[in-house]
Ligand binder design. Structure first.
Ligand code: ADP
Ligand code: MG
Length: 610
């Protein structure tokens, strides 16, 4: 008997589950589904991101809905538009064999009338972001007075984003007699407060320790000019000779293109996307599992089911359209207790998205530099030395040895080693000699200052009966800002701090000039540090490791860029820098690097044969 069947799910769901290719329930599903199916109870379920919480509440919810009744019976609140759409899609997949079951998504930034008319046609399940939901409740465009199930998904995130009041307000329009299910990755104080306030003796389920799986994965990002994306990818691969990776692109076309380029450049790569036949996909996956392929270039959809352990790197060649997808991508590595790295290649304009992802994954990124030629040559050299030292001697060679030895008579061991390693080293050296610095110039400033937030001091705090939630609500209301615009609210005893997007900083100062709260004069000031600069890891990984021990040519190529990046420290670089910035020599790729890339190809090919 199928494991899902054992949980008590009916045929229509089992068929859909089969179609989706889920083989067995995840732990949170195994624990939550039977209880939710059998009892009308409140529940608090804690499980890390990517553990299948959507189905844990989605399956029982769908099974319990009365499809013959067109009234709204289930309401799911979720923090963001992306999540809201994702949950809606998932639920539609789950319920495809339930004729007459309608699930409608409600979220900000889209036409409210369209959403209202969809609701009017009958929506047994509504998936909503709190802001838009409250809006629609107030305008009487939805009726949630008879719902039987209310689900707070990603509750920690919703509270983080300052939705406490909206949630309270929305819940006040729902009947007392209902089941409330709260799903969350973490259980901060605010979540338990909500559980206490809105739930009656909820059954608690905890899966694993919080964020256990994701902490195996470290997250890194690299800022490059958009045109250098591919060259950057190659450098990352070359700097990690044992890479076994999935590379994510946004479209099938890019997936195919990047894979083809990699193959042409001699890497063991292949594409995996929906335009391939099932047979082709199976073949690709077989080679990947068998390690004949080191770099699998894939679309999100095609990579969904990849359950290969030991993947060392996930590379986001492009960020996904919906940042929640990032979790699924990075979850391909760091499996089975192993550690993994998830790398993101971004252009300057995309660098800001990193923050949004940090919020979703609850982990911070480390900003790193695309390795320069010197680093890669070093890595490759030591990799080779290591390989050689591990190699078992093949005694078939013995009989040829006298004639070979004759050739090297008179060489010291050191000279011999130098000669031997030069064979390989020179290939990489020639290829990467004069290689350009691929790290986007000035990007640090862009990430930290442009569009970044400004931190403010305000002279109210816990003494004035504020906590972070109420202060955030107060600021949102006073400044007439959206919920995403005020963050990092930190309440001290008699004062507090908060962040607002730098573009709105002047406005904040203006509004609080001559502002009184409960008869008290409010003082708001910009603090010196901006949020970006306080971030841990934000600036790590900078600088050039081998800068001063290098050969002439490497110094030449990296120096200009180095100065460029550090010009604020007063280096008198001027015109020289520009000439290196404009990049005459050494760009990787077919045009200028034709010869070297074919040499490199042979290196890679040879490596793959072992
Ligand atoms: P969470 O909400 O816990 O972060 P999701 O519900 O978004 O996780 O699920 C993560 C991914 O795992 C989704 O792509 C989902 O389709 C998939 N998934 C969920 N349950 C299973 C299962 N039992 N087997 C295989 N994949 C699953
Ligand atoms: Mg979820």
């Amino acid at each position: 008997m199928n494991k899902f069947e054992l949980l008590g799910l009916n045929d229509a769901l089992l068929q859909a589950i089969k179609d989706m290719g889920f083989e067995s329930p995840s732990e949170v599903q195994e624990k939550a589904i039977p209880i939710l199916l059998q009892e009308d109870t409140d529940m608090v379920a804690l499980a890390q991101t990517g553990t299948g919480k959507t189905a844990a509440f989605g399956f029982p919810l769908i099974q319990k809905i009365d499809v013959n009744n067109r009234k709204t019976q289930g309401l799911i609140l979720s923090p963001t538009r992306e999540l809201c759409l994702q949950i809606t899609n998932e639920l539609k997949n789950y319920s495809k064999y339930f004729k007459g079951l309608n699930t409608v998504a409600i979220y900000g930034g889209a036409s409210i009338t369209d959403q209202a008319s969809q609701i009017k046609k009958g929506a047994q399940i509504i998936v909503a972001t709190p802001g838009r939901m409250q809006d629609m409740v107030n305008r009487k465009l939805v009726d949630i007075s008879a719902i039987e199930y209310c689900i707070l998904d990603e509750a920690d995130e919703m509270l983080n984003m300052g939705f406490y009041e909206d949630i309270t307000e929305i819940l006040s329009h729902t009947p007392r007699e209902k089941s409330t299910w709260l799903f969350s990755a973490t259980m901060p104080k605010e979540v338990s407060t909500i559980a206490k306030k809105f739930m009656r003796t909820p059954i608690e389920i905890t899966v694993g320790t919080k964020n256990m799986g994701t902490s195996n994965v470290s997250h890194e990002y690299f800022v490059v000019n958009a045109r250098d994306r591919y060259a950057a990818l190659k450098r990352l691969a070359d700097a990690n000779p044992d890479i076994f990776s999935v590379i994510f692109c946004r479209t099938k076309r890019d997936t195919q293109k990047v894979a083809e380029q990699l193959i042409e450049d001699g890497y063991n790569a292949a594409a995996l996307h929906g335009d391939l036949s099932q047979n082709q996909r199976d073949l690709v996956m077989k080679s990947f599992r068998g390690r004949q392929i080191q770099m699998l270039v894939a679309t999100d959809v095609a990579a969904r089911g990849i359950d290969v352990d030991d993947i060392t790197h996930v590379i986001n060649y492009q960020l996904p359209d919906e940042i929640e997808t990032y979790t699924h991508r990075s979850g391909r590595t760091g499996r089975a207790g192993k550690s993994g790295v998830s790398m993101v290649i971004v252009s300057k304009s995309e660098a800001r998205k990193i923050k949004g992802i940090e919020r979703i994954i609850g982990q911070s990124f480390e900003r790193k530099e695309i390795p320069d030629g010197r680093e890669i040559c070093e890595v490759q050299l030591f990799h080779l030395a290591n390989e050689i030292s591990k190699t078992e001697i093949n005694h078939e060679i013995d009989k040829y040895l006298p004639s070979i030895a004759e050739l090297f008579e008179g060489l010291t061991k050191e000279e011999l080693l130098k000669k031997f390693f030069s064979v390989e080293f020179t290939r990489f050296f020639n290829y990467y000699n004069n290689a350009q610095d691929l790290n986007a110039k000035g990007s640090t400033e862009v990430y930290e200052d442009e569009g970044d937030s400004t931190r403010f001091f305000i002279n109210v705090g816990a003494k004035d009966d504020f906590d972070w939630m109420s202060l955030k609500d107060f600021l949102k209301a006073t400044l007439d800002l959206g919920r995403d615009d005020v963050n990092r609210v930190e309440v001290k005893d008699s004062f507090s701090f908060f962040n607002v997007d730098s573009s709105k900083a002047e406005e904040v100062i203006r509004i609080f000039q001559d502002f009184k709260h409960n008869g008290r004069h409010i003082n708001v000031e910009i603090t010196k540090k901006s949020a970006g600069k306080e971030r841990s890891g934000g600036r790590k990984g900078g600088g050039f490791k081998g800068k001063d021990k290098g050969s002439q040519s490497f110094d030449k190529s990296s120096k200009g860029a180095d100065k460029g990046r550090r010009r604020s420290s007063g280096s008198p670089s001027g015109g020289k820098r520009r000439s290196s910035d404009s990049g005459t020599g050494g760009r990787e790729g077919k045009k200028s690097g034709g010869r070297s890339s074919s040499i490199e190809s042979s290196i890679k090919r040879r490596r793959s044969k072992k």
